[in-house]
Design a protein around this ligand. Sequence first.
Ligand SMILES: [Zn+2]
Length: 420
Amino acid sequence: MANDSILIKDGTLIDGTGREPLATTAVLIKGGLIKAIGAAATREAMNHPALRTIDASGQFVLPGLIDGHTHLSMIQGTPEGIRYPTSAEHCTLRAAQHLPSILRAGFTSVSVPGGKWFVDVALREAVNTGMLQGPRIFAAGRALTPYGGIFDQRPSWERGLPDDLVGILCNTPEEFTVETRRQCKNGVDLIKIADSVWGDTQAVSLAEIAAVVDEAHRRNVKVTIHSRGAGTTRDAALAGVDWIMHADFATGDDLDAVARAGISIMPTFAQGEIWALHGTEVPQATKDRLKWQLDINVKSMQAAKARGIKLLIGTDSGNAPVMTIGKWHGYEAAFFVKHLDYSPLEVITIQSRDNALAMGLEGKLGTIEPGMIADVILLDADPTKRIEVLGDPAHVTAVIKDGREIDLGPRPDSSDLIAA
Ligand SMILES: [Zn+2]
């Protein structure tokens, strides 16, 4: 009984609902769930004198954070001495190696919109069964890509896409349907559709998006789409995807369609800025394009926010060598505060309660309230005063996932994310 119970006492509770922080508050965790808060928690804890107690005085108690866009198996660079870094075997081992760094940063959940082979499904199962220590994973397989979609950048006489790419070619509604079925059969939580890289052209049709949504939803699998373009964003809204990623060029009319459909947008600004500022391997032309497009995306997301569209937070960590897994998961939150005028408290709510949508766990994960999944972190600095504290491993003093405290190992120095 006592083994699965933890009392966190005297911390300042930021519960993820948007409510003002509560000083000197107790949280009781039992059986993997939040059992009680405040006086009720203290009272109930008296029935279990042997339970583990964490003294959180001077610390901040938050829900485990959720990165809505992280690639675990996508690109990890080419380590010396590895002959085939894109093999399923290598991708699996490398991704497994990265998992603890995500927890160390205070992120207990990641949504993975696209990866190699079915590596991310295997990682999810390894974590869920206790083979590996890592965050909760919501896994897609390879992204469904038409000709000219984000992962199809080579001419058509180089037929198809090699098996080790993140994209898989689908060019008719039927092909989209069949691939969706295949991936569902193999255990994905999520289907990722890939439109054109920058959104200049609409590569995927309304009929194709609708075919995926119909098939996936019938099988209780979610759908998201890389959609930087205007028409694609409108069609994704009409087809009823679960959330839209990027939406850079969405016009007022497109955003009205998104608002009417009640669909959320996850912009992923961070990777544009990080690639531009830190991507030594990124060509200058790409950096220039990123900066130009980032400004457009900020404006379209300001317009989305003004329409009451819910924005979600994802970093696209792991999509390039510069996007080191474990390093940047908190970066987007600071961007939201700086450029979209959210308060730190509002951003924490997005990063926990609202992002649970991207884990398929809305209403079950992301807040510290009785009955919710017990993912809880402790920080030694106040993120409502300085949002950069989120995601900085140096400020994370404890991580509890599914009601169990994780052994985080030694605490690192303040990450260079803060120095950046
Ligand atoms: Zn991505």
